[in-house]
Design a protein around this ligand. Structure first.
Ligand code: FAD
Length: 387
């Protein structure tokens, strides 16, 4: 069997693998190996497509800030249409949740990014919210819907244009050290590369174990999305995305209906996640409690995996215990909105360069994301919206 050599082999062609591969292909010979026939088959093709600079842990928020310019003004020729479409994000609180809303707004990078709304203003922003349920909210106006397919395909197109080699239906089944680099096997081919990038999404720890590298304790968590019809006469396109401050549910307009989610985080093995009837019922129940909506039927539903390490920030960098093994994992519920900065950071670190200045200015530090940090320290269950 012949061996294909490359500088870098990327495992996984989701948004993470695609953004890093496109950056690295400018200077290196890069091969991307994707198990599925379709590169957006897993988390990347199942997201709620939100861009928000105030969503997630502090390191995630910094990565999102650093991604903003690319999403709003991509380089010429990258895509043929806008990647983002502005949509406010309305973080709502019931009377019992005011303390959480206050704590959220008190965070130094969140306060200036939101406007506090009272009950009447909140109702004016989204007319189906029940005034007796929602007593206050914080509105982020700089958030947006992301055209995930456009963004993902933009990077894959750029990768191929730069001579990158994307193999679909190419599951990596064996990984071993060889000649100062890595030997990577699929069912039909063998590759050799100095660097392996582990961008395998929910399977990142499975890939690490295959390589004899210490896992990072990645926990995939299932999240459900449901699209329900709206009553005649509703014109919701201007509505913001509405997010319960404890992320017990969220909803936003989606193609003549409403996308709703119960904000579930059910631990799961890595798999082709499927929606559970119970989670669909919980989503409907919580949205009906907060709004005047009466859901009679479900148009469609799906589920996907959001994969976290204990401190809920991504892991980007070389493994401390295995030369040439690079982690690009743990993006949780933020892998779309952070992908531009994650791709730039991964490219710089693989090339042995320092932290790019635009990332440093946005508050990104390589240490808080590194595979060498104490990843197992902060065990937390589902965190409040901002942490
Ligand atoms: C319901 C839901 C809502 C979300 N909402 C948002 C949101 O609003 N905003 C946001 O930014 N993010 C959101 N996310 C999170 C976002 O979708 C993920 O963080 C992101 O898609 C992760 O990308 P990835 O490339 O790491 O993973 P994936 O897209 O899963 O890609 C990993 C790829 O690796 C491949 N692979 C695995 N093992 C192997 C192997 N052995 N050999 C070859 N290939 C392999 C898999 O087939 C897969 O295609 C949401 C996720 C879900 C599920």
């Amino acid at each position: 069997m012949s061996i294909t050599t490359a500088d870098v082999v990327v495992i996984g062609a989701g948004i993470a693998g695609a953004s890093a591969a496109a950056g690295l292909a400018e200077t290196l010979k890069v091969v991307v190996l994707e198990r599925e026939a379709h590169p957006a088959m897993h988390s990347t093709g199942r997201s709620a497509a939100l861009f928000s600079e105030i969503y997630g842990s502090a390191p995630v928020r910094a990565l999102s800030r650093a991604s903003r310019d690319f999403l709003y003004s991509p380089p010429g020729g990258f895509v043929e249409a806008p990647i983002v479409r502005p949509r406010g994000a309305l973080h709502i609180a019931s009377a019992a949740q005011i303390a959480q809303l206050d704590a959220f707004c008190a965070l130094p990078d969140i306060g200036p990014a939101v406007r506090r709304l009272d009950s009447g203003e909140t109702h004016a922003a989204c007319s189906i919210l029940r005034p007796e349920y929602v007593v206050a909210a914080a509105l982020e106006t700089a958030s947006a819907d992301v055209d995930v397919d456009l963004l993902h395909q933009g990077w894959l197109r750029q990768f191929r244009k730069l001579g990158g080699d994307l193999r679909l239906d190419a599951e990596v089944t064996e990984l071993s050290r060889s000649g100062g680099g890595w030997r990577i096997r699929t069912a039909s081919e063998t590759f050799h590369a100095s660097v392996v990038i582990n961008a395998a999404g929910a399977w990142a720890d499975v890939v690490a174990m295959m390589a004899g590298v210490r896992p990072i304790g990645l926990q995939p968590r299932r999240r459900t999305a449901v699209v329900v019809p709206l009553p005649e006469g509703q014109a919701p396109d201007a509505w913001p995305m509405v997010i319960d401050i404890d992320e017990q549910f969220y909803f936003r307009p989606e193609a003549a209906g409403l996308l709703i989610s119960p904000g579930d985080e059910t631990p799961s093995d890595p798999c082709d996640a499927q929606p559970d009837e119970w989670d669909i019922a919980v989503a409907i129940d919580r949205v009906e409690a907060a709004t005047t909506l009466q859901v009679r039927r479900v148009k469609r539903s799906w589920a996907g995996l959001r994969s976290f390490v204990a401190d809920r920030s991504p892991v980007v960098g070389f493994a401390p215990d295995a030369a040439g093994f690079f982690w690009l994992a743990g993006q949780g519920g933020y892998g779309i909105q952070t992908a531009p900065a994650m791709g730039v950071l991964a490219t710089a670190l693989v090339l042995g360069q320092g932290l790019p200045s635009e990332l440093a200015e946005a508050g990104v530090t390589a240490e808080t994301l590194s595979a060498g940090r104490d990843i197992f320290a902060a065990q937390s269950e589902k965190a409040p919206a901002a942490e």
